[in-house]
Ligand binder design. Structure first.
Ligand SMILES: Cc1cc2nc3c(=O)[nH]c(=O)nc-3n(C[C@H](O)[C@H](O)[C@H](O)COP(=O)(O)O)c2cc1C
Length: 413
């Protein structure tokens, strides 16, 4: 069968999430930018997202914005508060001027926090040692849980005040809500632990509270895990139930993903494991040492293939009526067609857009058919030490080698 001409492909037609119409079906996935010195919105971050919108994506997601100062995993992550709204407004204005929409990912890192980094005692579902940050969290009380539910709702309201068109609640990748969902981290014996119903109680309450705060038409997206990739973690059968529950609580769209940052951080990305680059970017000597000598044992490598989450995501798609956004290894016009033909309303793209923020425009004009991102994942390593950029794009003798912070990167404004 002959392929549809580029301009009539479904991926380039408008689509709707709740009351929001997007100019096409391609969303820039939340990818930590490392551009929030002092937890604020920098000019670099604004320019980063303006470029994504100028490059043709329908919506760009500002990644991991904590719902409170204590909800950060690292000191250089943004947290939502009144003082940063004027700068966030500059970001959303810049994106809107380019014809795009802006979303913001709201999260709480739970036991990923390190007191040494953020100054706050990490909290979590249960007292589970976190080797990744070398810390023990304090199990949350009901009062702590209610406070965080309110913080999610307040953060969403502030995001709208700053001009964001959507919010994405982070309930995957082993972050706090995912720590409650996962039996691996949730060992509670109260109403928030044990059965799936109990483990869903807190994340479901967050979605409900955000929906109530935002009214019926505002897009509230939820990124969630289909599998944690660890023994005793979430599997797809649970994820289907979780997806249905999020829909019932008012989610407008779901972004099914996978992986647990403290155990299987590369499951959500797949491809090369850039251990040495991670060690180079880390500020802690202890962790550098640990990564160089034990990184290969601590961190599993996962084989990359295009559309690597599609098979499981189809199970979520079948279970709900709201749009399901396919993320993971979407790198070509063919991948876009396959996702759309399978019934996904939207896709989220991370690395191919980090590699080339104009890729969507180039696909739409049929200037290229595929991204040349080779999933080396060095962008993931650099974001820990400074602004994210595509290391492979660097010119000259350093091309294709890791560059320490300080050398000019693709994303430097
Ligand atoms: C540099 C980088 C940073 C990321 N940061 C986040 C993040 O902050 N929040 C999140 O949910 N996912 C994050 N991800 C995962 C992406 O959103 C996406 O799920 C994953 O990269 C798979 O999509 P891709 O194959 O299009 O890159 C990150 C990925 C990359 C490459």
């Amino acid at each position: 069968m002959a392929k549809a001409p580029v301009e009539t492909r479904k991926a380039f037609t408008p689509g709707k999430i709740a009351g929001l119409t997007l100019r096409n079906r391609i969303i820039r996935a939340g990818c930590f930018e490392g551009m929030c010195e002092n937890g604020s919105c920098s000019d670099l971050l604004i320019e980063h997202h303006r470029k994504v919108a100028a490059g043709g994506a329908a919506m760009t997601t500002v990644s991991y914005c904590s719902v409170s100062e204590a909800a950060r995993a690292y000191g250089h992550e943004m947290w939502m508060r009144k003082e940063i709204l004027p700068d966030l407004r500059r970001l959303t204005d810049a994106v809107h001027k380019e014809g795009g929409a802006a979303s913001i990912q709201l999260g709480h890192c739970g036991y990923f926090a390190s007191k040494a980094d953020t100054g706050f005692q990490p909290v979590g579902a249960s007292r589970k040692f976190n080797l990744f940050r070398i810390s023990f969290p304090k199990p949350m009380t009901e009062a702590d849980i209610n406070q965080v539910i309110k913080q999610f709702a307040d953060a969403a309201v502030m995001a709208r005040e700053a001009g964001f068109d959507a919010v994405e609640i982070h309930s995957g990748h082993g972050y706090l809500l995912s720590q409650f969902l996962s039996p691996y981290t949730n060992k509670r014996t109260d109403n928030y632990g044990g059965s799936l119903e109990n483990r869903m109680r807190f994340p479901a309450a967050v979605v409900r509270a955000v929906r109530q705060a935002m009214g019926p038409d505002f897009p509230v997206m939820v990124k969630m895990n289909m599998t944690d990739g660890i023994k005793g973690g979430i599997e797809i059968e649970d994820a289907v139930q979780i997806a249905k529950r999020f829909e019932a609580e008012g989610a407008s769209a779901l972004v099914p993903s996978c992986g647990f940052t403290s155990k299987t951080p590369f499951m959500m990305m797949r491809g090369n494991l850039p251990i040495l680059e991670f060690a180079a970017a880390d500020k802690s000597f202890m962790r550098k040492f640990g990564l160089v000598f034990f990184g290969r044992f601590m961190c599993q490598e996962f084989h990359y293939e295009d559309l690597f989450l599609m098979e499981d995501a189809l199970k979520i798609l079948k279970a709900v009526k709201i749009p399901v956004v396919l993320v993971g290894g979407i790198c070509s016009l063919d991948d876009l067609d396959k996702a759309m033909n399978a019934g996904f309303e939207f896709v989220e793209i991370g690395r191919a857009i980090i590699k080339d923020p104009d890729i969507v425009k180039k696909w739409q004009r049929a200037e290229v058919t595929a991204s040349d991102c080779d999933h080396c994942n060095r962008c993931v390593a650099v974001m820990n030490g400074g602004p994210v950029y595509c290391v492979c794009n660097e010119k000259g003798p350093l091309k294709r080698r890791f560059q320490p912070k300080g050398l000019p990167g693709t994303w430097r404004a």
